[in-house]
Design a protein around this ligand. Structure first.
Ligand code: SF4
Length: 388
C-alpha cells in the first residue's frame, strides 16, 4: 500500500475505518514518514515489520469487503488519487481482436481450445488494415492487438501489420498475445509494439493450476519479468470473484502484481463463460470488484487501470462506476461486427464498448478523453515511483 502517499494526500483514506488496528498503523505511518519513500519496509524492524505487513493486508481486507459509507469513501479516495496523478483525463485505446484460436484451455474462458462449439477465425490482414485506415475514432491514441494464444496469428498477422503502422501512424501500440517465445516478444518490439498486456488472473499457484490458467504460473511470471527487463510497458490483471477464491488469495495476488514493476493492471469480474467448465458458477459481485479497482488505484497510484467491458455484464452502470472508482483507461472495440460474437471470452452476446458508449461513459464519470497515449504516459514514470 502506498501509505506515505496516502499520508501526503491528507485524509483521503482514514485508517480508523480501513484498519482494525489504527494505533499500529499510525506507528508504522510515523516510522515510514521518517524513513522516506521506498525505504519504509526495509527500515522497519522485527515486530514492526510484521505489524506493517499485517496492517497492510488488514487495510486491503477491509477495503475489498467495504460496503455502505466506507465503500463510498473508498471509491471517492481512489477517484481523487487518480485525479491527483492523471487529472480528469481517461486514456482511450482501440482494440482489434484479430483471432480467436487458442492453444490454452483456461476453465473460465469461452475461447479455450476444448470449446468445439466455437467458430474459429483469423482476420485477413486487409481487414485489419481497413479498420485502422477507415474506422479509427479520433479519440483513440493507442491500438491494442488481441488474440488467443496463437503464434500463427502473431507471426502472420500482427507482426506485419505493426511493422507497417508503426511507420505510418502516431499511435501507442500494444499487444495481448499470451505467453510465447522470447524471440517473438523481441520481434514484436522491433516492429514497433511498446505495450504488452499479460494477465495473471490469479497469483495463487494452486488456484492457477486448478483453473488451467495459461501454462504454469512460474512461466507466466518469467515472461512478465523478461518483458519488463527488455523495456516493454507491461500491464497485467486478475479476476475477482473466481469460484472458491478467498480474500487471502486476492491479497496474495495483489502483492505479487505489485512486485512486478508493471505499468498497469486490470481487475475483471468473474463471469461464468458459455461452453466452459465454470458455466454454472456464480458471477462476481460488482461492488466488490469495484472495491478491487479502488484498491489497485490506492495501492499503485501511477498504474494505468483499465475499466473492463465485462463490468457492464454485471450491471449497465459498471463501466462508469469503475471510472469513478479510480480506473483511467477505456477501450473502444474495433473488431468488425461479423467476428465480434466469436471472440467469446464469456458469452456470444457481448457488451460491446463502441466509441459512442466509451465517450458517454467518460463524460458521465466527469472526465475527458486524454490526448496522450497510455504507454507514453506510463513510460514517463519510473517503475519504482510508488512509495512501497
Ligand atoms: S484466457 Fe486467453 S489463454 Fe486462456 S483460453 Fe482464453 S484466450 Fe486462451
Amino acid at each position: 500500500m502506498g501509505w506515505e502517499l496516502l499520508m501526503s494526500y491528507g485524509d483521503l483514506v482514514r485508517p480508523t475505518w480501513l484498519c482494525r488496528q489504527p494505533q499500529r498503523v499510525q506507528t508504522v505511518f510515523r516510522k515510514s514518514h521518517a524513513a522516506g519513500h521506498n525505504t519504509v519496509v526495509s527500515k522497519a524492524r522485527g515486530g514492526e515489520e510484521e505489524g506493517f505487513a499485517e496492517a497492510k493486508a488488514d487495510w486491503r481486507r477491509s477495503a475489498l469487503t467495504a460496503g455502505g459509507q466506507a465503500q463510498a469513501a473508498l471509491w471517492a479516495s481512489a477517484e481523487r488519487v487518480r485525479e491527483q496523478i492523471f487529472g480528469q483525463r481517461i486514456f482511450v485505446r482501440g482494440v482489434i481482436e484479430v483471432a480467436n484460436f487458442c492453444r490454452q484451455n483456461c476453465s473460465y474462458c469461452g475461447m479455450r481450445r476444448e470449446n468445439d462449439a466455437l467458430r474459429r477465425f483469423r482476420l485477413a490482414r486487409e481487414v485489419i488494415r481497413r479498420v485502422i485506415d477507415e474506422s479509427l475514432p479520433p479519440s483513440v491514441t493507442d491500438l491494442n492487438f488481441q488474440a488467443g494464444e496463437d503464434p500463427v496469428a502473431l507471426r502472420e498477422l500482427v507482426l506485419p501489420v505493426i511493422e507497417e503502422i508503426a511507420k505510418e501512424k502516431r499511435l501507442g501500440i500494444s499487444v495481448c498475445l499470451g505467453t510465447v517465445d522470447h524471440r517473438l516478444y523481441d520481434e514484436l518490439q522491433q516492429a514497433g509494439a511498446r505495450g504488452y498486456i499479460i494477465k495473471l488472473e490469479t497469483g495463487d499457484p494452486e488456484q492457477y493450476r486448478l483453473l488451467q490458467c495459461p501454462g504454469r504460473l512460474e512461466r507466466r511470471l518469467e515472461a512478465i519479468r523478461y518483458l519488463v527487463r527488455t523495456g516493454w510497458c507491461v500491464s497485467s490483471g486478475f479476476i475477482y470473484g473466481l469460484p472458491n477464491q478467498t480474500l487471502d488469495q486476492v491479497i496474495g495476488t495483489l502483492d505479487l502484481l505489485r512486485s512486478l514493476s508493471l505499468c498497469g493492471c486490470s481487475v475483471s469480474p468473474f463471469i461464468p463463460g458459455e461452453g466452459t467448465p465454470l458455466s454454472s458458477e456464480k458471477r462476481a459481485d460488482l461492488d466488490q470488484t469495484l472495491n478491487a479497482v479502488a484498491v489497485l488505484r490506492l495501492s499503485s497510484p501511477r498504474w494505468v487501470v483499465p475499466a473492463v467491458s465485462a463490468l457492464n455484464l454485471c450491471d449497465s452502470s459498471g463501466y462508469v462506476r469503475a471510472l469513478r472508482a479510480g480506473a483511467n483507461l477505456a477501450t473502444i472495440n474495433l473488431t468488425p461486427g461479423e467476428w465480434r460474437g466469436d471472440y467469446q471470452l464469456y458469452r456470444r452476446k457481448r457488451w460491446i464498448m463502441t466509441e459512442e458508449r466509451v465517450l458517454q461513459a467518460i463524460e458521465q464519470a466527469g472526465c475527458q478523453p486524454s490526448p496522450q497515449s497510455w504507454i507514453a504516459a506510463s513510460s514517463s514514470f519510473p517503475p519504482s515511483a510508488d512509495p512501497i
